[in-house]
Design a protein. Structure first.
Length: 134
């Protein structure tokens, strides 16, 4: 995505990875994970990622962290079953026009589900979510 925007003249093609500071998150482990991926054969444009520049900030200090949290929570509502056994896809439907994709490929680019969506058993509501991005 950063590369695409740089080609259009918006930015320098690099991503700045900033986490919301959480006590349970190991940022060093994440850096090590990226270094592991870099050694493996992946289709990641490593020139766009400054692994050593990964940072963590207080959630209250950066509006971008709050926006990212809202978007992640909205997408999670489409997959996470509530106490009644339902999912809420309307948030995802509203966000779909602004979610990054490449040739309508959302799950490889803009929406990451772990484990892979194809490997989990889905309810009917969850299937609606996956159909939205298929």
């Amino acid at each position: 995505m950063c590369n695409t925007h740089a080609i259009r003249g918006d930015g320098d093609g690099r991503v700045k990875i900033i986490f919301s500071r959480r006590g349970t998150m190991s940022y060093y482990d994440f850096q090590d994970y990226l270094k592991h991926l870099k050694k493996a054969e992946t289709r990641i444009n490593w020139s766009a990622i400054d692994i050593d520049g990964i940072d963590a900030q207080d959630h209250s200090k950066l509006a971008g962290l709050q926006v990212a949290d809202v978007i992640a929570s909205a997408l999670a509502c489409g997959l996470d079953v509530d106490h009644l056994g339902n999912c809420e896809c309307r948030y995802a439907e509203n966000l779909k026009p602004i979610i990054y994709n490449s040739n309508r490929n959302y799950f490889s680019y803009g929406v990451k589900v772990v484990p892979k969506i194809e490997t989990i058993e889905l309810s009917e509501d969850q299937k609606k979510f996956t159909a939205l991005f298929a």
